[in-house]
Design a protein around this ligand. Structure first.
Ligand code: SAH
Ligand code: SF4
Length: 448
């Protein structure tokens, strides 16, 4: 098993000293001669990581840093990593290795690597031993330590009050909970992000109000499984209640959320989505596989029939629902017959978009020690077949939009990308647009 740092109450004193020293150097830059120091925050992986990067940017901005996308200009580079698939880890290692050049060109540059990847002990070790270019390594739980290195707090607590610097001017991520309790057998998230911790509704609402006041038009409520929001709190507010509370905030904005675990999506949630006029009729409901045998081996806690019932119920409440999903191809032992069930489920549901992944073995997860007799080539064949089916369905769906008029701001209410011709002054505004053409990936329109 992986080590589980979230169960540890203390951080080793030498690590605290090391972090304090680097933090001091980051601070010192602000007061050094030579103008405003610049930081670059490079993010890999999920929306949760994007949200964490916004917090890191917020803190750096508060310290006096400006931002750059050019690693040769940056005084501080923060690489926020992802561990969900091996591919992301390989990219991170490659890119961190390449920072040797920038550090040589800019002596004194500080390089910090944080996020899920370094929360795995073997990766943290590898970075320290093989990548001397890296000055500081810290996990997702230590984010709060960035502004508060000296304080003694418990790991796994929810840190409030970290400032955030948003990346886009229209869309904002808003984390409502952290961690995951589900232990799907392929997934490293519960090990690197710890157990579920919900933020208190009043904190979520305060942040939502601030975002709306600052002009954000889209707020995406984030959690690994938003449907279990509030179960660890004592205030009786569940996720559907939270949506309604955000919906009640005055202003012109859209609410989205992810991710919804099919095992505990409720009728109350679908009814609330249908009734709340600011809630997008969009649901990301990852199915992962179509075969009951594989779903069981994945420990997903629902079967195909239950999943299809959820989809039917959601569509009953929202006939215009935009439905998206995640699918893993090539889970250990997945046969041609199992995979055929994934294809038939996709045909039956007809998703609006799908995120498809080839299974990636993660150290310490139960699936990593399951027998896996199939080759990478077998899995690739399945993956290609699924991609082809996804593209065919998406193209067919996009054609249904042609000739329609929609109220949107660069994406439809359901999240479809729309390329628009119109006045640039309208960026960030909602506008009426007619859809003139489409392809597999996007819609094309003109503002009326
Ligand atoms: N909490 C979300 C998903 C978080 S990870 C949920 O349960 O739906 C995002 C997606 O990455 C997952 O839905 C899954 O499809 C994929 N994924 C996670 N671990 C993986 C692995 N080891 N190999 C391949 N894909 C994986
Ligand atoms: Fe991973 Fe499953 Fe938790 Fe999603 S629900 S983060 S896939 S363990």
């Amino acid at each position: 098993m992986l080590s589980m740092p979230y169960e540890r109450k203390e951080i080793a004193p030498e690590k605290i000293r090391e972090q304090e020293e680097i933090c001091r150097r980051i601070f010192d830059r602000v007061t050094a001669d030579g103008g405003r120091p610049l930081a670059m925050v490079d993010t890999y992986g999920c929306q949760q990581n994007e949200a964490d990067s916004e917090k890191i940017r917020g803190y750096l901005a508060e310290m006096g840093y400006g931002f750059t996308q050019d690693e040769f200009q940056a005084d501080v580079i923060v690489v926020n990593t992802c561990a969900v698939r091996e591919h992301a880890e390989m990219r991170v290692l490659g890119n961190v290795g390449a920072l040797n050049h920038t550090k040589k060109a800019r002596p004194g540059q500080i390089i910090a690597v944080c996020g899920c990847m370094v929360q795995q002990e073997h990766m943290a070790k590898k970075l320290k031993l093989s990548y001397p270019v890296v000055d500081l390594v810290f996990g997702p739980h230590e984010l709060w330590r960035f502004p508060d290195f000296a304080a003694e707090k418990n790991l796994g607590a929810v840190a409030e009050g970290i400032p955030q610097k948003r990346d886009g001017s229209v869309k904002a991520w808003l984390s409502i909970m952290y961690g995951c309790n589900n232990f799907c057998t392929y997934c490293v998230v519960p090990y690197v992000r710890g157990r579920e911790r919900s933020r208190r509704p009043e904190d979520v609402l305060r942040e939502a109000r601030e975002l709306i006041a600052a002009g954000y038009k889209e707020i995406t409520l984030l959690g690994q499984n938003v449907n279990s929001y509030g179960k660890d709190l004592d205030c009786g507010v569940d996720f559907a209640d939270l949506i309604r509370m955000v919906n009640d905030i005055p202003g012109d904005f859209l609410i989205r959320f992810m991710t919804s675990h099919p095992k505990d999506a409720t009728e109350k949630l679908f009814r609330t989505m249908a009734e709340c006029e600011k809630c997008a009729h969009q649901l990301h409901l990852p199915v992962q596989a179509g075969s009951d045998r594989i779903l069981k081996a994945m420990n997903r806690s629902y079967d195909r029939a239950k999943y299809l019932r959820q989809v039917a119920l959601a569509r009953q409440y929202m006939p215009d629902l935009v439905l998206t999903t995640d699918i893993i191809v090539g889970f250990p032992g997945e046969t041609d017959e199992d995979f055929a069930e994934t294809l038939s489920l996709v045909e039956e549901v007809r998703y609006d978009a799908m995120f498809t992944f080839i299974y990636s073995k993660r150290v310490g997860t139960p699936a990593a020690s399951m027998p896996d007799p199939y080759t990478r080539a077998d899995k690739q064949k399945h993956f290609d077949a699924l991609t082809e089916l996804a593209n065919r369905i998406s193209g067919e769906k996009h054609r249904e939009y042609e000739g329609k008029t929609l109220n949107l701001s660069s994406r439809t209410n359901g999240g479809r990308l729309v390329h628009l011709k119109g006045d640039p002054a309208l960026i960030g505004q909602f506008a009426q647009a007619s859809i003139t053409a489409s392809n597999t990936w996007a819609l094309y329109g003109e503002i009326e």
